[in-house]
Design a protein around this ligand. Structure first.
Ligand code: AMP
Length: 221
C-alpha cells in the first residue's frame, strides 16, 4: 500500500499518518520530520533547509526530493508507506511518479484532508511536538498526561517555531499557491479521495480506514 496524505498545514496529516502507519504496519515517511531531524543534528542538509523552514517557505525541491528518495529506496519501504508532507508542488508530484514508475509502482491513493481555516489556526496554535520521537499532542484537543512530557517516550514537548501565527499565515499562502493544485493533479489520475477533516482525530481516522478498506477490497481494472 502506498498512500499519500494531502492537505493544508494543520489538517492533521502528521497525527493521522502516525496512527495509520501503526494500524497498517507501514513506515510513516514525513518530509517535515526528516528535515527537522536534519536541522536538530545540524547536518549539511539541515543547515541548507533551516532558513526556508523558519520562514514557512518550501525547501528547494532537489534537497527534499533526494532525501525522500533515499528513504523510499530503503528495505522497510518496499511493501509500501504512508507519505506525509510530500509532494508539495507539481514538480515534486511528477518526480515521485517517475521514481515509483522505475520500480513498476505508483501511489495507490491520495487522501485529501479537507479542513477549514478556523480549525487549522486552532490546531496549530495549540500543537505540541516531542523533541525525541516527533509524536504530536495538542494543549486542548489531545493534552499529554504529564505537562510538556511525551506520553510515548518521556521526551520534552515543544511548540514548533513555524506554528506561530505569522508563519502559519505564510505557510497557508504557500499551500494555496504551490500545493493546492495537487488536488486536481491526483483527481485527474483518479487517485484522490476526500475526507472532511474538521472533526476529532478519532472520527477522521475511522473515515480514512473505511475508505482504505473499501479501496483495497474493490476489484481493480
Ligand atoms: P511539515 O512538517 O510538513 O509542516 O513541514 C514543515 C516545513 O518543512 C515546511 O513548511 C517546509 O519548509 C519544509 N518541507 C516539508 N516538506 C517539504 C516538501 N515536500 N517540500 C519542500 N519543503 C518541505
Amino acid at each position: 500500500m502506498r498512500i499519500g496524505l494531502l492537505g493544508p498545514p494543520g489538517a492533521g496529516k502528521g497525527t493521522q499518518a502516525v496512527t495509520l502507519a501503526e494500524k497498517l504496519k507501514l513506515p510513516h515517511i514525513s518530509t517535515g520530520d526528516l528535515l527537522r531531524k536534519n536541522v536538530a543534528s545540524d547536518t549539511v542538509l539541515g543547515r541548507q533547509a533551516k532558513d526556508y523552514m523558519q520562514r514557512g517557505a518550501l525547501v528547494p525541491d532537489d534537497l527534499v526530493t533526494n532525501m525522500l528518495f533515499e528513504k523510499i529506496a530503503q528495505a522497510e519501504a518496499q511493501e509500501g508507506f504512508i507519505l506525509d508532507g510530500y509532494p508539495r508542488n507539481p514538480a515534486q508530484a511528477e518526480a515521485l511518479d517517475r521514481v515509483l514508475k522505475e520500480k513498476g509502482a505508483s501511489l495507490d491513493l491520495v487522501i485529501y484532508l479537507d479542513t477549514s481555516e478556523k480549525v487549522i489556526i486552532q490546531r496549530l496554535s495549540g500543537r505540541l511536538v516531542c523533541r525525541k520521537c516527533a509524536a504530536i499532542f495538542h494543549r486542548q484537543n489531545m493534552p499529554p498526561k504529564i505537562n510538556m512530557c511525551c506520553d510515548h517516550c518521556g521526551g520534552q514537548l515543544y511548540h514548533r517555531s513555524d506554528d506561530k501565527e505569522e508563519t502559519v499565515r505564510e505557510r497557508l499562502k504557500v499551500y494555496r499557491r504551490e500545493t493546492a493544485s495537487l488536488i486536481d493533479y491526483y483527481q485527474a489520475k483518479q487517485k484522490l479521495y476526500q475526507v472532511k477533516a474538521d472533526e476529532d482525530a478519532g472520527i477522521v481516522l475511522d473515515k480514512m480506514l473505511m475508505l482504505i478498506e473499501k479501496y483495497y477490497d474493490s476489484p481493480k481494472v
